[in-house]
Design a protein around this ligand. Structure first.
Ligand code: IPE
Ligand code: IPE
Ligand code: MG
Length: 252
């Protein structure tokens, strides 16, 4: 049966863009005396639940931290298995994305991926390019500091070419060179597994995101947990530096 949406969720006030640091696959597996890879496989099921439910709710953008630049230093076996899981995921989910109006997007140093994975990623992006319902972005071979350095390099190039005066550089100039330039503002950032850190994820974009941490391991995350994060988000007062009175007045 299709999971329903908790009626307490205010669908008119959804976060525009949700980011998730999907952590804890390894510990989920370890607790069950299973190999880490089994945790990653179970983690994909959580991805399916969360993508489908975010779409059902009407979330416009969901960005999942799937593989970091730092993750390349994991054991070769695990890296290879993750690349295989990624390709399988795209192969299996492409039809559903097309059916449900999901546009697939990927950010990060995609050229680092093995060629078969690069091809799956490029094909999925091309085939879903016209979908309007929700943009699902996977961060792959992604590092936020690298992203910011890449943006700085692009700006320096523009300046060197005489297209941009360094004195005129504004925040928005840097933002338009981030991999997320075309995505809405990050409103909610979720991390599972009890770790309280960003691990080089969307550092610039998270400047005013609401942060939500849960002790659950990623394979245990699902529809209800996503709703819990959104409900928590909706219960918060976002002040953006103002006083509570000012914020109340604005709504008034
Ligand atoms: C997150 O789970 C998935 C990836 C980083 C690919 P982990 O593999 O980091 O799981 P833990 O943190 O070891 O439990
Ligand atoms: C962050 O998780 C990366 C992904 C979820 C893909 P990690 O498990 O790699 O982060 P650390 O090592 O705990 O900071
Ligand atoms: Mg981890």
């Amino acid at each position: 049966m299709e999971p329903r949406i908790d009626p307490r969720v205010d669908l008119a006030r959804l976060p525009r863009h949700i980011g998730i640091i999907m952590d804890g696959n390894g510990r989920w597996a370890k607790k069950r005396f299973l190999p880490r890879i089994a945790g990653h496989r179970e983690g994909v099921k959580a991805v399916d639940r969360v993508v489908a439910h975010a779409r059902r709710m009407g979330v416009k953008a969901l960005t999942l931290y799937s593989f970091s630049l730092e993750n390349w230093s994991r054991p070769r076996e695990e890296v290879d298995a993750l690349m295989g899981i990624l390709a399988e995921y795209l192969e299996r989910e492409l039809r559903r994305m097309l059916r449900e109006g999901i546009r697939f997007n990927a950010i990060g140093h995609l050229e680092d991926l093995p060629p078969f994975a690069q091809k799956m990623v490029a094909d999925a992006m091309r085939d879903t390019a016209a979908q309007q319902g929700m943009v699902l972005t996977l961060a792959l071979s992604y590092g936020s500091r690298r992203e910011i350095a890449d943006a700085a390099r692009a700006l320096a190039r523009e300046a060197a070419a005489g297209k941009l005066d360094p004195e005129d550089i504004e925040e928005a100039d840097l933002a338009r060179h981030l991999y997320t330039a075309a995505l809405p503002e990050l409103d909610l950032l979720i991390r599972t597994s009890g770790e309280l850190r960003l691990s080089n994820y969307l550092l610039w974009q998270a400047a005013y995101a609401e942060l939500y941490f849960t002790d659950l391991f990623w394979p245990d995350f699902g529809e209800r947990e996503l709703e819990a994060a959104v409900l928590d988000f909706q219960s918060r007062v976002r002040k953006f530096g103002l006083t509570e009175e000012q914020v109340a007045g604005r709504k008034g």
